[in-house]
Design a protein around this ligand. Structure first.
Ligand code: 3HC
Length: 284
């Protein structure tokens, strides 16, 4: 099938980044969130990030204006998805929330629309099972910051059809991303490898192997990572990291995924990283 019109549900960091790249690459994109204030924030974030790309000569001012013209914002989910060919869900990572959202999408998106999830940790097969169209449900896992990062994990659920896979991989190509085909196992590939590394860095802090700055320096200078694992954990959100590790630990059952007690303690204390002003580093 061909995709022209898209909708993105959830106007947080990932959702606004996904709407940004759709609109920039010629797709009509409606960004949906029940919280109107998040939609206002998303609109100015997208404008700011497009301006950044203009300043960096990545796009022209005309590209920016055209992208803004292709964007719409609404708090009405049924209206927002009514004419979408592809919907990408980017709401919080809780099964009951996903279940409700996918029930609504299934009821109101066109019968032939593809329903994708940006989930980083919930099974695509389980999400597909919340709908009457499991063959048209797929994972489309983007990376933060979405306008910059060029990977999309395209995750096949147990019943995802080849047509759905090929359509979504084609859209990812159009977005100038590199789609990588991944099967539906906990953490897919990215988080199954990334989160144990972050967790091990937290164990290094807890056991006093080195100071947080020095742990990050080792990985930045020794391994050429753009951000050290603790800075990256703060960037992703320590609550998100903990949640993904819990899923890996519960579903794969191996002790190597056991979340570090220090990570849990920071989350309990509300030190979630950049978004709360404090994590392993201070951002105030
Ligand atoms: N929109 C548009 N442009 C952006 C942007 C955004 N949101 N964020 C950054 N940029 C641009 C900047 O303008 C800059 O452009 P320039 O090089 O042409 O001047 C470029 O990106 C680099 O940004 P900065 O100069 O601000 O800073 P850095 O050079 O430190 O790069 C970074 C920032 C791209 C975030 C880099 O540090 C990086 O790659 N970090 C690792 C990010 C990462 O690993 N992300 C994945 C997280 S895991 C995930 O998302 C999955 C989930 O399931 C957990």
């Amino acid at each position: 099938m061909s995709v022209h019109t898209t909708a993105v549900v959830g106007a947080g960091t990932m959702g606004n980044g996904i709407a940004h790249v759709f609109a920039l690459h010629g797709y009509d994109a409606t960004l949906i969130d029940l919280d109107e204030s998040l939609l206002d924030d998303a609109r100015s974030t997208i404008e700011g990030n497009l301006s950044r790309q203009v300043d960096n000569d990545v796009i022209t001012p005309a590209d920016k204006a055209a992208a803004l013209d292709r964007l719409a914002f609404t708090s009405n989910t049924p209206e927002g998805v009514a004419s979408a060919d592809l919907v990408v869900e980017a709401v919080p990572e809780a099964q009951e929330v996903k279940s409700e959202v996918f029930g609504t999408l299934d009821a109101h998106a066109p019968a032939d629309a593809i329903l994708a999830s940006n989930t980083s940790s919930i099974s695509i097969t389980w999400i597909a099972d919340q709908t009457e169209r499991p063959d048209q449900v797929i994972g489309m896992h983007f990376f933060n910051p979405v306008p910059v990062m060029t990977l999309v994990e395209v995750v096949r659920g147990q019943r995802t059809s080849d047509d759905t896979f090929e359509t979504v991989a084609g859209v990812a190509d159009d977005l100038e991303k590199n789609p990588v085909e991944v099967e539906d196992y906990p953490g897919f590939v990215s988080n199954r490898i990334l989160m144990p590394m972050i967790n091990e860095a937290v164990f290094c802090v807890m056991e006093g192997v080195a100071e947080p700055e020095d742990i990050d320096t080792v990985m930045e200078l020794g391994m050429n990572h753009p951000m050290g694992p603790l800075t990256l954990a703060d960037f992703i959100g320590l609550d998100v990291c903990l949640h993904i590790l819990e899923v890996l630990h519960d579903e794969l059952g191996d002790d190597k995924y056991r979340p570090c007690p220090l990570l849990r303690r920071k989350v309990t204390a509300g030190q979630l990283g950049r978004k709360t002003g404090e994590g392993f580093f201070n951002y105030e």
